[in-house]
Design a protein around this ligand. Structure first.
Ligand code: ADP
Length: 866
């Protein structure tokens, strides 16, 4: 027969069988049975046991409740879900079994403890509903309240879903796992606004394959949750309907299904988080540049390819933001460059104004420095978890908004119609307009709380004296008792003559008079012995008992009143949450603009000219990351021109000459321009591109069971299918993973395809070690050859890192091998062999001749057909 507490445990565990249950027992969270085994393995805890019924011992492992956050964080990081069973009745007050309830379930996507979150990163929980040809995506951040929905199309749709998931980079993603049973029945016109005639949306087949997304836990959820009924919370709110008004119904119905599952999941894991979700924003994919996962990886936008660390990435160079809101927004902007001119010009103008006006920039930077994480503080207040210290931090942040507003108010006003100043004035003025310091809430907090309030609310002591008449009254009532107690030690020493007498306090036994062994003989009659301790005895007196009871009562009363004040402050914040969150968004924006301006000045970036033309012209371009990471050598700038005439630049040059760096720098300059930043160049004219594709290097994706060559070819095939004349293509070597002839043939065919099919003639830079390909420039009008310049002085080879017209004639591989430290014998032998090969170099010549003949053949056949 199980004990009552064991029965309680088993009942709670049955509610959340897939989570590790942390069961509160006094000062510990205990895990039992299989959970205890898992936790002791993953957290290095000692495995003990507990006897619940006769003969049976359950494995048990525990973590102290004060340090639970760290342990929970480690469990969640390892992909576990953690359910917390709290004691909800006061142990002393209730007779018998303490009542326990599961208060929340923590999964990677539902973490909200500040200590477990990265401040410059969103912590997105996503949900996908995929059908052939279209998919719905919804994602929320329960620590900031942000909520997005997106309709994704594609044929097939899976790569498009993966691209969007790579952009969002959620930590957890829900997907339906029961086939066809999801329902999308609601009231709504099939292609109009929601709320009209009832209609049954035809449930189509759901694509089930769980997607594999890096660093994301895929959580299967019963398919019936992907329903409009579940999403009704979104539809019910007027704001929710407004955000969708005017959009064809078919464009958000799947996203609503996905949102439905998200809401159901949140309700299941932590009901409180539903209340903090903001109005969902329908993310318009078409306004943004789609970047596929390999391109994101190759360009090292937010983390490096090797090691995945943020340092060494583009983000690390650009990030001079001073607030968590700015940090998160910068990351989002880098992950979703724009393709529309107007918003980019607005961003540029704001950056320009901040570059031009040092005083303004410094004032803004100074005001930003003290603003903490408004988003997350507001959400914690809304969820009722913000502690006194956090509320004070929020009040201070709000006060600093006034300073930020004053700084922005001194920005140059709107200039003459059509000038740049109009735009900069507009952007900064709009930001200023959105800033709302919510002074009444801020002063309510500072009036109520002491200057430096404690983080924990459980001990009280955070409400300022004079703020609440009732608290002051309680204080006054206990004043005499406190003073009496404060003087007790001295007065009792005097009365009894015991010099070692001390007044001590313990949580369990309360106040006592402690007398050392030497003083025991003098203990007066009215002392009642309470406890024996190592050095002597502890006593109480009737007077002490009476005062203690009074103090306890007043402490309890005071704490209750203080907690009421705290709750009132939280509610005031919650009422003003919308205004505060709008301000937080504005802070994020001005923070990113200021960060762009600081980088532009420190790294000597220039404002690129943007238009919708067909040209990419860069003078003196530099690689933003390599130029700062190279301390010893100075970076050599290079020019780039891709236009109607030169569509495809074929770049040859030895290893280590700087080809990859050059290729990436062009892509990064274009990307930075389309994020609204200035660019590392003397000047740039960028006709906006619709997409940037990169195919770089050779990487085995062994985990996915694909060889280097297979990866290379599938990436290439995706690029050739999707690129348009408005795209920018960076191809760094192709055809290396197979035989030379195979590889050369493929590389040439790809180049020809890009040149010859007008629908895919993307602006391309093609770095290759197949020198044979340079002959194509002679045959095709839009291909030009470039090479990395190399200076040869006797045996010495110097890489000049300069891009020049023409093609390279040597590979210098042996030179690079020598630099890498291969033994002299090997180098010597290789040189001799090379001389031998070069003597009989029929291969290249034959290839050139064949290519020319082949070109004539093609032209002839075209001629015959027409
Ligand atoms: P490749 O692709 O031709 O093998 P990389 O682009 O990898 O060459 O460059 C080789 C090294 O040269 C890099 O480590 C980089 O630091 C340096 N480098 C490349 N381009 C430049 C440049 N423009 N100025 C200075 N150093 C450069």
């Amino acid at each position: 027969m199980n004990t009552p507490v064991r029965q309680q445990y088993l009942r709670l565990k049955a509610e959340y069988p897939d989570a590790l249950l942390l069961f509160r027992l006094g000062d510990f969270y205990e895990l039992f049975d299989a959970d205890a085994v898992v936790a002791s393995r993953d957290l290095g805890l000692t495995l003990t046991g507990r006897q619940f019924s006769k003969g049976e011992r359950s494995p048990m492992a525990g973590v102290p409740f004060q340090h639970a956050e760290t342990y929970i964080g480690r469990l969640v990081e390892r992909g576990h879900r953690v359910a917390i069973a709290e004691q909800v009745s006061v142990p002393h007050a209730s007779k018998g079994l303490v009542e326990r309830k599961i208060t929340r379930v923590i999964t990677p996507g539902t973490v909200r403890e500040p200590g477990l979150l990265q401040s410059g990163c969103n912590n997105f929980l996503a949900s996908i509903l995929v059908q052939p040809g279209a998919a719905g995506l919804a994602y929320v951040d329960v620590s900031t309240g942000e909520f997005y929905m997106q309709h994704v199309v594609g044929e097939p749709v899976e790569p498009a879903v993966l691209r969007e998931l790579a952009r969002v980079s959620p930590v957890e993603c829900l997907w339906p796992h029961e086939g066809l049973q999801f329902s999308l029945r609601t009231h709504g016109d099939a292609d109009g606004e929601p709320g009209a005639a009832p209609v049954d949306f035809e449930p189509g087949p759901v694509i089930q394959a769980p997607f594999s997304v890096p660093n994301c836990v895929m959580t299967p959820v019963a398919a019936h949750h992907f329903s409009l009924e579940a999403a009704s919370a979104v539809l019910e709110s007027q704001a929710g309907i407004d955000s969708l008004r005017g959009k064809p119904y078919s464009q958000f119905v799947l996203a609503l299904g996905a949102a439905g599952a998200l809401l159901a999941y949140l309700r299941h894991t932590q009901p409180a988080s539903i209340t903090i979700l903001r109005t969902p924003v329908l993310y318009q994919g078409e306004d943004h540049m789609t970047l596929d996962a390999p391109t994101r990886r190759n360009l090292e936008l937010t983390q490096t390819m090797r090691g995945g660390a943020p340092s060494g990435s583009l983000l690390a160079v650009l990030d001079h933001t001073r607030t968590p809101m700015g940090g998160r927004l910068l990351r989002r902007w880098l992950n979703a460059p724009l393709v529309m001119l107007a918003p980019l010009l607005r961003r540029q103008a704001a950056v320009e104004a901040l570059v031009a006006d040092t005083v303004l920039r410094l004032k803004i930077a100074d005001a930003l420095a003290g603003i903490g994480d408004i988003d997350r503080l507001v959400c914690r207040a809304q969820q009722g978890t913000a502690n006194p210290r956090e509320l004070m931090a929020l009040a201070r942040a709000l006060n600093r908004l006034q300073r930020l507003g004053a700084a922005l108010g001194s920005a140059p006003g709107a200039g003459p119609e059509g000038s740049l100043l109009v735009a900069s004035g507009d952007t900064l003025a709009a930001i200023n307009g959105a800033l709302d310091p919510c002074a009444e809430v801020a002063s309510a907090i500072t009036d109520a709380l002491v200057d430096d309030p404690p983080a924990a609310s459980s001990d009280g002591g955070f409400v300022r004296a004079g703020y609440s008449a009732s608290i002051d009254e309680v204080d006054a009532g206990s004043k005499e008792a406190r003073e009496w107690l404060a003087g007790l030690e001295a007065s009792e020493r005097l009365r009894t003559g015991i010099k070692t007498l001390k007044v001590v306090y313990s949580r369990v036994f309360g106040y006592a008079l402690e007398v050392g062994k030497s003083g025991l003989a003098r203990v007066p009659d009215d002392y009642v012995r309470k406890q024996t301790v190592a050095g002597g005895e502890r006593y109480v007196t009737p007077e002490l008992k009476q005062r203690e009871a009074l103090l306890l009562r007043s402490q309890e009363q005071r704490l209750r009143l203080e907690l009421e004040v705290l709750e009132d402050l939280r509610q005031r914040v919650a009422m003003a949450a919308d205004r505060m969150l709008r301000s937080a968004d504005a802070v994020g924006q001005v923070d990113v603009y200021t960060s762009f301006a600081v980088v532009a000045l420190e790294q000597n970036y220039r404002r690129p000219v943007l238009d919708t033309g067909d040209e990419i012209a860069i003078t003196g371009g530099r690689h933003p990351v390599v130029e700062v990471s190279q301390r010893d050598t100075s970076f050599v700038p290079n020019d780039t021109l891709l236009d109607a005439r030169c569509r495809l630049a074929v770049l040859t040059g030895p290893n280590m000459a700087g080809k990859s760096t050059y290729l990436r720098q062009v892509a990064l300059i274009v990307l930075l321009a389309q994020v609204g930043s200035f660019v590392p160049a003397e000047g740039a004219h960028i006709g906006l591109v619709d997409r940037i594709f990169t195919r770089v290097g050779a990487q085995d994706d062994l985990a996915a069971g694909q060889s280097t060559f297979m990866v290379e070819m599938s990436e290439m095939s995706a690029i050739l299918a999707d690129c348009t004349p408005r795209s920018l293509l960076i191809i760094d070597e192709i055809g290396r993973g197979t035989s030379t002839k195979d590889g050369l043939a493929l590389a040439q065919a790809v180049l020809e395809y890009l040149h010859d099919s007008p629908g895919h003639r993307a602006k391309t830079i093609f770095a290759t070690h197949f020198h044979e390909l340079t002959v194509l420039a002679e045959q095709r009008p839009h291909i030009e050859n470039f090479r990395m310049e190399v200076l040869e002085e006797g045996d010495r080879v110097v890489f000049l890192r300069r891009v020049a017209p023409g093609s390279a004639d040597k590979a210098y591989g042996i030179h690079v091998a020598e630099l890498a430290g291969l033994p002299d014998t090997v180098i010597g032998r290789a040189r001799a062999l090379l001389r031998q090969y070069e003597g009989s170099n029929v291969d290249v010549k034959t290839t050139r001749r064949r290519l020319k003949e082949a070109a004539v053949d093609v032209q002839l056949s075209l001629f015959c057909e027409s």
